[in-house]
Ligand binder design. Sequence first.
Ligand code: SF4
Length: 449
Amino acid sequence: MTKRLYVKTYGCQMNLSDSEKMVGLMAAKGYQLTDDELEADVLLVNTCSVRERAEEKLFSLLGQWNQLKAKKPSILIGVTGCVAQQEKDHVRKRAPYVDLVIGTHNFHDLPDLLDEVAQTGSPITRIGNLKAPIPDDLPTMREGKYHAWVPIIYGCSYFCTYCIVPYTRGPYQSRQPEAIAREIADLTAEGFKEFTLLGQTVDKYGLDLPEGDKTTLAALLRLVAALPGVERVRFLTSHPLDMTEELVATVAELSNVMEYFHFPIQAGSDKVLGEMKRLYTVDQYREKVAMIRRYLPDATISGDIIVGFPGETEEDFAATLAIVDEIDFDSNNTASYSIRPWTPAGKREDQLSEDVKADRLRRLNQLTTEVAFRRNRRLVGTVQELLVEGPSAKNPEVLMGRTRGNKQCFFPGSPDLQGQLVKVEITEVRPFTLRGELVRTAVPLELAL
Ligand code: SF4
């Protein structure tokens, strides 16, 4: 009988991509993916430890799965990802019924480890060396049909003082450009059209490759954009220190590389940025944004911002609000600071109260929404190019596609348009979404930008 696998993924796109690979590996062993936990033989959770709350959600989920296992003891439960890597003993202690704990550099061992657990009945913990290379060419089952996440660089070597990623994913390591190009070429043959190149510090791509192989993100964009069938390329996440003029000029030059920059600032005060060890000042950030807008005046710029970093004063926070207003971000992923083990900021004694953090987050979210709405209003009446992803979740007669700037846009249209590039005139906007009407005649390109 076919065995079924249920996967729950928390966290970032890199985790989504790792889950797609685990599902691909398990499918190659004959497992079928299910979205019903009750019919699963294997329950797998791919975890995130960037915030404390995500960890709490994990243990609540594991508690529910333990109840399922009590009714059907043959169920195997696995925990993978950043919490597994960082807190294996804690997971074992709080959830002793878990069969498998697998670190971030060992997810490709999942099928073999599951076989071993099933045969021996003994739980296994497999946490490997974070400097070990991650194997290439793994079978992958993608969630989307037209858009694919493609990791190009794993890990991070920056050690921002609040962040746990370098401890859970290790130092950064780039994939070879040929392996990336091969993966994308294979995906175009399956009908994929849009590719997001992923990395925690994506602009560092290629600099760590062996002498003779060293390359840059700009060179990789040229390689990927020239592959037949590649309609759209994006990349994220950028670190402001690493954004080069060569990269921005390359984005401006290549018509199938999208003018979209995920460009986190994190805070608007130099004092806080220094304590976060972000390695740039607000002025340097401004200069990089000015450079992007010099080449691409209508580029979409989104950010990440943390409020309530230890010692953040009301004045520091006011500087964050001011920079959000000034930069005119299209969107921001906002979060209140959360203590993470091992990190220098987590050990500081000047932690802010949860009330102060919640109040600042509320005020930042309000401003972020206002600024995003202001940005979107200028799009009314313009014609935007969309890649149609499929029907909207609420209304099957309405389709959803993404603009070149990665904004979701809804418009009435026929399901045949799925997977196609279309032109839509924007008729109505909300802070984070657009609405429009299909343009049926050919539209001059300059209007579409
Ligand atoms: S650049 Fe900083 S915030 Fe981003 S993953 Fe690396 S350490 Fe974390």
